[in-house]
Design a protein around this ligand. Structure first.
Ligand code: ZN
Length: 487
């Protein structure tokens, strides 16, 4: 039963992972065996009662194996977004289900379920006397301890992520939003603010900030581009940083308070809000997507853990479609950016810094390979932003572009890698401003100020107040000290 479970379900999460060398193969093999060991404990105790086993084993096995079908074939990661799509029966998911290979697979599953139940029926009922009981108990104790200390071992992998996804789906977001007073208005001229939310880009890897490599060949030589070098955040991962950036929550405020959502305020002020995203929405920032007037998620079922994730430049097409000089717009583009696994974030022609990483096991790559791959993701970002800017320029509009990464990334300092931990480079995300020639002509005084604050210390609080300040929104409190054009 364990072998069948391992093949049909547990192994699927490991199937697409790129590995090289013995060390990482062994570490992932160890993890796989460990996962299956904890599953063995659950299966064993489930099998102690005949009625419960007959009832629940087929259901659990079917849910796990159906999920793994999509993990094996499409590298979809089972998470809250997939659970939502399934429970809220999105038509595209349903139509994806009905394919010939899937039907064949279902038939095979039923054969195996029949085989297991048949075998189970022939077993004698003396389980509790078996020494296996001790191992099974041990397995459950280990599961409880590890899932408490390091839940990510289970929460990202089948079959456990089905449970975690469902749990997340029913969880309420930490942040609550205040209702907007009806009398909010915007007094600005027609203006488009394009807000690009970057991912894991640290400030000191930009040539504008003194980095020795030219990771931004386009933007570093462009007119009207400014890099805010000293933006600070204490929110070191996406799920908590985006709600902070897109509300009037200050980085010094604790959660549990109620805040104004920037999207809600702009909607009330009759500014058209758009969300184009390449990340699977997490419950903490789902409200910003839901309440944007127009939404386009380009690849909602492949999370950052998938090796078949679409590249960010797939967001360009919907952007070209939405961008319009006729209206006041706030367009958010939410990138996968420089999120680990770096090789999945850019196309072949941006592999300029070599050699690059070859294993998902961080320690199997050299420090330089890690940094090379990371820097290549910035080249791709440069190309992405350049395309957005060129498209805007063609239309001669009054437009401001703000790029702000949700947090930075550790690249080997004190042996730390990636993010969601305490490290200075994680707390200093990259921030770039560009404005159109028309914007410059309309706001000469303001625009000139930007150059003088490039080296000024500030926090990610600036986004909310700057955007509302530019749209000249009346009816909600705006802190002019946080507006970068007023500083
Ligand atoms: Zn992030």
């Amino acid at each position: 039963m364990n072998i069948i479970f391992l093949i049909f379900i547990t192994f699927s999460t490991f199937y697409h992972i790129p590995l090289s060398g013995l060390q990482d193969r062994f570490s992932y093999l160890g993890l796989l065996v460990f996962l299956q060991f904890t599953i063995f404990g659950f299966l064993y105790f489930l099998s102690l009662n005949r009625l419960i086993f007959y009832l629940f084993f087929p259901i659990l096995f079917l849910i796990g194996s159906i999920s793994s079908f999509f993990v094996y074939t499409q590298d979809i990661v089972i998470n809250e977004g997939v659970v939502r799509a399934t429970l809220e029966t999105k038509s595209d998911v349903v139509s994806d289900l009905i394919s010939l290979p899937f039907i064949v697979y279902l038939v095979v599953l039923f054969v195996f379920i029949f085989f297991i139940l048949k075998k189970y029926q022939s077993l004698e009922n003396n389980f509790l006397k078996s020494p296996i009981t001790i191992f099974a108990t041990l397995s459950l104790i280990i599961f409880v301890v590890v899932s408490y200390k390091k839940p990510s071992i289970f929460s990202n992998r089948l079959p456990y992520n089905v449970y975690y996804g469902i749990k997340e789906y029913y969880k309420k977001p930490d942040l609550e939003f205040l209702k907007i007073n009806n009398s909010v208005i915007s007094k600005s001229d027609t203006l488009q603010v394009v807000f690009v939310i970057g991912e894991s880009l640290r400030s000191d890897h930009l040539p504008m900030n003194g980095y020795y490599r030219n990771t931004m060949p386009h933007l570093s030589t462009r007119k009207n581009v400014f890099s805010l070098k000293k933006v600070y955040t204490n929110k070191t991962y996406t799920a908590i940083s985006i709600p902070q950036i897109l509300t009037n929550q200050s980085i010094t405020d604790s959660v549990g308070h109620k805040f104004y959502s920037l999207i809600d305020v702009l909607n009330s002020a009759k500014i058209n809000t758009y969300w184009i995203g390449n990340q699977t929405p997490e419950i903490s920032y789902l409200p910003f997507i839901k309440f944007s007037k127009f939404r386009k998620l380009i690849d909602p079922y492949h999370s950052e853990f998938s090796f078949h994730k679409k590249l960010d430049d797939h967001m360009l097409k919907p952007f070209y479609k939405y961008f319009s000089k006729q209206e006041k717009q706030f367009i958010t583009l939410h990138m996968m950016g420089s999120h680990w696994y770096y090789e999945n974030r850019y196309s072949e022609n941006f592999r300029k810094f070599k050699p690059t990483i070859h294993s998902k096991y961080v320690k199997a790559n050299s420090n330089q390979e890690m940094i090379n791959s990371y820097d290549n993701t910035i080249l791709f970002l440069d190309y992405f932003l350049e395309n957005i800017i060129r498209n805007i320029e063609k239309q001669n509009t009054n437009t401001l572009l703000i790029y702000l990464s949700d947090h930075g990334e550790a690249l080997g300092e004190n042996g730390n890698w990636l993010h969601a931990q305490e490290s200075e480079s994680i707390k200093n995300p990259a921030a770039i401003i560009w404005f159109s020639e028309k914007f410059y002509q309309n706001n000469k005084e303001k625009a000139l100020k930007i150059a003088s604050i490039e080296n000024k210390k500030m926090t990610t609080d600036f986004l909310y107040h700057t955007v509302l300040g530019l749209f000249d929104v009346k009816g909600v409190a705006i802190d002019p000290k946080e507006n970068i054009f007023e500083k």
